[in-house]
Design a protein around this ligand. Sequence first.
Ligand code: ADP
Ligand code: MG
Ligand code: MG
Length: 897
Amino acid sequence: MPKYVYDFTEGNKDQKDLLGGKGANLAEMTNMGIPVPPGFTVTTEACKYYLHHGSVPDELADQVTAALSQIEKNTGKGFGDADNPLLLSVRSGAKFSMPGMMDTVLNIGLNNETIDGLVALTGNERFAWDSYRRLIHMFGDTVLGVDGELFEDVMDAEKDAKGATNDLALDAKDLKRVTEKYKAIVAEQTGEPFPDDPRTQVDLAIKSVFDSWNTDRAILYRRQERIPGDLGTAVNVQAMVFGNMGGDSYTGVAFTRDPASGAQGAYGDWLADAQGEDVVAGIRNAQPLVELQSADQAAYDDLIDIMARLEGHYRDLCDIEFTIERGKLWMLQTRVGKRTAGAAFVMAGHMVDEGLIDMDEALSRVNGAQLTQLMFPHFDASAARGAALTTGIAASPGAAVGRIVFDSDTAEEWADNGETVILVRRETTPDDLKGMVAANGILTTRGGKTSHAAVVARGMGKTCVCGAEELELNLAARTLKAPDGSVFNQGDLVSIDGTSGTVFAGEVPVQDSPVVQYFEGKVAVDHDPLVSAVHRLLTHADEKRRLRVRANADTPDDAQRARRFGAEGIGLCRTEHMFLGDRRQLVENLILADGDEGRMAALDALRPMQKGDYLEILEAMDGLPVIVRLLDPPLHEFLPDYTELEVEWALARAKGARLDDDRARVFDAVHRMHEQNPMLGLRGVRLGLVIEGLYEMQVKALSEAAAELIKAGKSPRPEVMIPLTATVQEFEIMHDRSEKVFAEVEAEYGVTLDIPVGTMIEVPRAALTAGEIAEQAEFFSFGTNDLTQMTWAFSRDDVEGEFFGRYIELGIFGVSPFESIDPAGVGRLVKIATDDGKAANTDLEVGVCGEHGGDPASIHFFDAAGVDYVSCSPFRVPVARLEAGRAALGEGGSDTR
Ligand code: ADP
Ligand code: MG
Ligand code: MG
């Protein structure tokens, strides 16, 4: 016969699948000999059966009856016994705690008869009626679906009538009246009297827990968190103990150490004469744990002792719920507790010192997301701050203060003049990049976590609040209006908190992250407990990891910072910025050149400038590899905008004039080069093949820079990377041409160059023909951004703002594939190309240089796929080091709790 009911003495903490988290831990405590009110768990299997068949399994009723008698035996009370009534709580508890599941119902078993028994038994009339009115409220609300406010209104009216502010002022008579009114509400709202039969109460509550598995909120949450929809929830039925039996009874919650700072020492809150969620609901001001000593020293000592035992047993921070009924301590729940990012690091270190865990385990208990949080500046918690103007979406963590600007040009201009600015936009577009770079923080009134602003800001490590819809942005008037009616103009100060999404008027003081200061070498390892813990865990991660970590850096400043943060080279140095600014004119000359001569002249003018750039970056990374990617974007990106030129042309025509010759040639060229789908047009290696001399110029500049440095006694290690290769033929041609250039430069400078030539793998065709390409290439680097675009046929800039939010809501993916690698699709291509590439060329070095290189889940994927290194933005290098270390731990390290 299938077993659907487990007494608490029958389970243990590893049975979360069957008993749910709460049930498994209640069983564990029971078996440790810790005082837990007796009870049983109805399994997730029973829930699954119910969800599938629409009714509970036939065996359930008898098994519940048997389990109830066991509780009766243990407590010496009878369920429904008018003289000595047993009361129960019914508590939901899935494997993962999730929003939407049914709230706990307490005091089940009370009715018109048992209430008298409870009064007689306890001699406490107030307590009995307090329990009864709570039952009807909780049961009415959660099981019968009556609007909870109707009950609250009654309580409020009673308190008002007495001129009281809290529930303690109501006496037994008041509470009895409240109970009668509650019953009337139930009868009116449901058309039936409140169920009197205790067994009916339990059965309805159990079913109601099962039903709550499929509330909209629970379904949505599961989709987003990738929790399977068929796990089902367990139900715990447990004898009541009473923290509301008078001034000598208490209920509370506690942590075995401080979940905020990680400091050692128990910590918690409690209330006298209270029940259930009173402590966390804030109905009265809770008291700190230490003060429980003066209320009941013996119970306090028991509690501290049990908490120490639990921590030793779970070898981790535990959070607990307890009740003290007239001197007797009862434990009602425990689980491994949530903690802040800082606390996670600090307590992992402490627990190693205390001998609770080893370093590997400590490493598995922290993660990259937490380290990221610790690296952002934050608002000084102790500083006075005004009320929040509004709260938007916390898109990229950190704290930023600055003057409002409404466009990117102004952002740049003001920043150049030494102002710190907050760029305020409806949404950002790629045109806002320079404004975003210049700004201290970004605030948008539309868009969510995957909007352009959010994604780019996270990539830059810049604070961003998105979708602050309550703010009215008037771009024409250059004003921002807050919900409270206050109006902000360009130049007004605001503060934005990207960790919470809050926006403040004026300046809130900001503190630098001590962790970043440590990476920067500005504070010592022993600066504070947090910095020491981060240092210690990162050092361990470095010892453990197989994956190497490089950085994506285009400038010497970025390269240096990456090195300080622990990068072992540059995995991607983009060269497009070397064609901007004053050099744009030269690029224009190149594009407009009539014949070979004009083109070569333009290239000759560009080369020394490029060489200068390369010299700087190779010097900054001396001794470490620097992968330089040849020019990738379509050339028209360097020319004036087509629409603008069209307008110029139309205006001139309207006046009966024409564009001057130069302008007309530019217009012609732009017109000619206009592409429907620039992402799929003349870019990457195609540019190198079509515009003869362009890539050779870049390779030559790089080789010359290397040759010069070698002559100066340095150890430059440049590598040449060809972008957007789709077929081995493209690569072969460019490889040959590069080799020719190396030979020329070697002869010219009299040095030997050893410059590997490799390719990006960012086109599905390249991934699928990786074996062929690997025979010619010395390295691969997965450009996972483009590879994701091409594999999904998503233009990132278009889709992220447009409909990704909806896709995430629909649960099509829990996280954007641009943020975290899509293992089944894009990831599969990475795996195929890595395997085929390495099979064809055992020396092939394989890296990842897309943004995924800094994403924790993706790093675990790449480690498993056999990639050699990841490359990410300098700011994310420590995160990548940590996650690569965790990935090397195997199973334990992938837990991203
Ligand atoms: P949640 O999952 O929201 O924490 P719980 O099932 O833990 O819900 O119940 C909420 C509160 O109800 C607990 O903190 C505890 O104070 C109270 N409670 C639950 N069961 C009992 C019981 N058997 N006796 C006394 N109080 C209980
Ligand atoms: Mg609880
Ligand atoms: Mg690319």
